[in-house]
Design a protein around this ligand. Structure first.
Ligand SMILES: [Zn+2]
Length: 411
């Protein structure tokens, strides 16, 4: 049922790809694909390189570009590369082309856009997030072709833009304009999160709520607090009071990691420039990851109640605005064929029993799930995404490539 007869051969072929995988990582890293929202050039150069590489491999490559005036050329690429199988149903691997900015460059030991190899570790911006998925999936297809295996299902590699800044020019665009590309009978794998053991198959996500809280008081000289209303003090009181959210929405669901809802104060906007001024305006943000059992409207109502009390007590006004409120879509069933296929393949490669779980982070799988398309997020993940000195272990790339090849060749 989920057997792969030619796996020994595929496994050996893929083990031999080590130098070629490093070469591909090098080519991807040097092509800066930071999106325009993060003041980058976009994905065009990286996509052009991949179109050529995938075509040379013998795949049918089509671009479904999303219009975007902010980048040179006015388009954000979304590549679909197909290897025809015996059946029209597909196995999809969806990876993203864009990378996040390097952040503080001083924290990097080497140039983020030049691949640095140190033993088994490859360093550079994007090597894990999400070249890991791009490289592993391309070489899995290449192994099939080299082994002369015509897969049962058609293999689809989707290489999309704009994952890091909302996906509106990426997967969301594809699903709006080319919905027919994907079928509920397809297996959809998103290699963009996981655990270091390669055993976490993410099939559910928490609801995501980002709140902007604005505090209005009255600015004045710091030597005369009696003439103003200090919004920093009120903000601090509100932040402490908001800890009550965790007690109110305290459900525990061991299916998720972490198993409870989280409510974290995160960003705070700069207020006054000098030490001797009492701020009259304060803005801070709350990042809430809420178990699907709760309605986000309940959470917002509770935040308003808590901040209302603080506002009254400290003489400020507080407004609560949802920057993002995404109620979690239904989970991919733990028995879905894509989960079973991955479990089988992970067992074959790593001799480990994988676990379908839910996570707090949001991934593009939510876009699929909302449309009833069963997607599973999986990869061996060293959790270096978005960090300085992002790295990937070449052995994890080889292993995950073998897992994908196993799924591709399953009956
Ligand atoms: Zn990613």
């Amino acid at each position: 049922m989920t057997h792969c007869r030619d796996f020994a051969k595929l496994k050996e072929i893929i083990a031999g790809y080590r130098p070629a995988m490093i070469d591909l990582q090098r080519e991807l890293v040097r092509r800066n694909a930071v999106g325009p929202e993060n003041k980058g050039p976009g994905e065009a150069e990286k996509a052009a390189f991949l179109v050529e590489a995938l075509t040379r491999l013998g795949l049918q490559v089509t671009d479904y570009p999303a219009p975007d005036d902010r980048v040179a050329g006015g388009q954000r690429p979304n590549l679909i590369a197909l290897l025809p199988g015996r059946r029209p149903e597909k196995v999809w691997v969806l990876s993203h082309l864009d990378v996040v900015p390097v952040g503080d460059k001083n924290l990097w030991h080497t140039d983020p856009f030049t691949l640095h190899v140190d033993g088994d570790l490859l360093y550079g911006r994007g090597v894990e997030d999400d070249h890991h998925g791009i490289v592993a999936s391309i070489f899995a297809v290449r192994a099939l072709i080299e082994a002369g295996i015509k897969p049962n299902r058609t293999i689809g590699l989707a290489l999309v833009s704009d994952e890091e800044t909302g996906s509106q020019k990426g997967l969301a665009y594809l699903l709006t304009h080319y919905r027919e590309l994907f079928s509920p009978r397809d297996l959809i794998i998103v290699p963009d999160a996981g655990n270091p053991e390669g055993t976490l198959i993410e099939i559910a996500e928490k609801s995501m709520l980002w709140l902007r809280l604005e505090v209005q008081g009255k600015q004045c000289h710091a030597s005369r607090p009696d003439l103003g209303v200090n919004t920093l003090r009120a903000s601090a009181q509100a932040i402490v009071a908001l800890d009550e959210l965790a007690a109110k929405f305290n459900a525990v669901d061991p299916f998720f990691d972490p198993p409870h809802s989280t409510f974290e104060p995160t960003k705070i906007e700069a207020n006054v420039d000098n030490i001797n001024t009492i701020p009259g305006l304060g803005v801070f943000y709350l990042d809430c990851r809420v178990l699907p059992v709760y309605d986000l409207a309940q959470v917002i109502a509770k935040v308003q109640e808590i901040t209302g009390e603080v506002a009254q007590r400290w003489g400020v006004t507080m407004t609560v605005q949802a920057v993002q409120a995404v109620q979690a879509p239904p989970a991919t069933p733990a028995e879905a064929p894509v989960v079973k296929a991955l479990e089988e393949a992970i067992q074959a490669v790593y001799q480990r029993q994988a676990q379908p779980r839910g996570i707090g982070g949001g991934t593009v799988a939510a876009f699929f799930r909302r449309l009833g398309l069963p997607a599973a997020v999986w990869m061996t993940d060293a959790h270096t995404a978005h960090q300085p000195n992002e790295y990937v272990n070449i052995n994890a790339l080889i292993g995950d490539c073998q897992v994908l090849a196993h799924v591709f060749c399953q009956d």
